[in-house]
Design a protein. Structure first.
Length: 459
């Protein structure tokens, strides 16, 4: 049986049960292998209305949007309009964060690789006008600097909003218009929406959030602020359209009709490692927009995304001409996505699944190094140690993420790899390892890192 046919059988037999187990209202999947395509959808777009998902339904893709933004940026580089290693201030003279030295040094490359070093989760609604991004970049002036530019990786949404503003300035048009004219239309993405006013013209998914009692219910807010559009707050599309975008990168930057959208050299540069990630069971490195996963000797570019009750996952394997796009609208979809990717990689490329981190380790040694409080703009995390030596993590969300439904999280942490600990309790179906990095000058860790670097604060 051809590989894609085997994958289709797996999807049709396994996905409904996985959806039920992880309380996912709807999924939409698209898998491409060479010129072959398999699309699948199941479930309901809104548990209140019961509208069924189909393969044309649009879901928010969240931070997968960042690969679109990075592609727009690389078009500017290709045309000689932008230098990745020149200061951002060459394009945005008023750009600044709280640290003046960092403000003058930060480059577009730092922004693309999440290594600019300033606090990245700055969720502020600056309105729905065409000045939303310009205003947003102006408010970053008070944003704290966590570490020197280029020193380490820390996921940064605000950095991609800044890249969106660079796109606007150099193209002389709002980000959404550039996105449509430079990517969505040339790629023939007919089931794609840049905001709610476009999404309503399609069969649109609504996000669902897990309540305190465990029930999964529709959200009352469809999308986040326009200022986050370039980072992933609004873009929605079908899984088939997301697959078509992935094929741009598999085809060396060519549109379906063969016309060039991006130079092949730029495509390859985007999936070349720029900065290493801590050992936290995510990607091994980050390229220019792409997260780079390492498995079985292969580098697999990809990106995940989450918005208000909606999630997305994209993986590509260039040497096989393979891409997997998966979308969902609530529950705990990431184990579903992971099982799908594992099955596709195994069947198509013979790449075996890797075991998930298992919380079977001992109580961590040197726990005094970890104890303390770590703050970001979205949460306060407290690490404590009992008299028996057990280590606990308590995270309390605050600000906009708390308003949008993020719940407090408490778990014991056990040893995994050195200064990387593993939670006993899963969150969203995932046990995310927690790394403790740096030195606060007194022997304690300076950062708690789960993809974002939260800095230690006084108790």
């Amino acid at each position: 049986m051809p590989p894609l046919a085997t994958v289709q059988t797996w999807v049709e037999e396994r996905i409904p049960a996985l959806m039920a187990r992880h309380r996912v209202p709807a999924v939409s999947l698209a898998i491409g292998l060479g010129d072959e395509t398999f699309c699948y959808a199941a479930g309901v777009l809104h548990r209140g209305t019961g509208v069924a998902a189909d393969t044309g339904s649009v879901f928010q893709i969240g931070s997968v949007t960042k690969v679109f933004t990075a592609t727009l940026v690389m078009q500017l580089v290709e045309e000689g309009l932008l230098d990745l290693d020149a200061p951002v201030r060459q394009v945005l003279p008023r750009f600044r964060v709280a640290d003046e030295e960092a403000s003058a040094a930060i480059t577009p490359r730092h922004l693309l690789t999440h290594s600019a070093g300033f606090e990245g989760d700055v969720f502020v609604d600056t309105g729905d006008g065409d000045d939303a991004l310009e205003t947003y970049v102006g408010i970053l002036a008070e944003t704290p600097q966590l570490f020197a530019p280029g020193e380490m990786f820390s996921y940064n949404n605000a950095g991609f909003s800044t890249l969106g503003r660079i796109v606007e300035v150099l193209r002389g048009a709002p980000y959404e218009r550039v996105l449509r004219e430079r990517l969505l239309d040339p790629l023939g993405l007919r089931h794609a929406a840049v905001d709610a006013s476009e999404a309503i013209l399609h069969r649109a998914a609504v996000g669902h959030l897990v309540q305190d009692d465990g029930e999964v219910v529709p959200t009352t807010v469809w999308a986040m602020e326009r200022a986050g559009a370039a980072a992933g707050s609004r873009l929605a599309m079908s899984a088939g359209d997301l697959l078509a975008f992935a094929r741009l990168h598999l085809a060396g930057g060519a549109a379906p009709d063969g016309s060039p959208v991006l130079d092949r050299a730029a495509v390859e540069a985007m999936r070349t490692a720029q900065i290493r990630l801590p050992d936290i069971a995510q990607g091994a490195a980050w390229g220019l927009g792409w997260e780079l996963f390492a498995r079985g000797g292969h580098t697999i570019p990809g990106h995940d995304g989450n918005t208000i009750g909606q999630s997305a996952s994209l993986r590509v394997l260039p040497e096989q001409g393979l891409a997997v796009a998966a979308l969902a609208n609530g529950g705990d979809p990431h184990p579903v996505f992971a099982a799908l990717v594992d099955a596709v990689l195994e069947e198509v490329a013979g790449i075996a699944a890797e075991p998930l981190p298992s919380p079977t380790g001992p109580a961590p040694a040197h726990a005094d190094r970890f104890v303390g409080r770590y703050r970001s703009s979205t949460a306060l995390t407290t690490i404590t140690r009992t008299a028996e030596g057990r280590v606990w993590l308590d995270r309390v969300p605050h600000g906009v993420v708390a308003d949008l439904g993020d719940l407090p999280y408490r778990t014991e942490l056990v040893g995994w790899h050195g200064d990387v600990l593993l939670p006993v309790e899963a969150e969203g179906g995932v046990r995310q390892p927690v790394a403790f990095l740096g030195d606060d000058g007194g022997g304690g860790a300076l950062f708690l890192h789960t993809g974002r670097a939260d800095r230690r604060v006084a108790s």
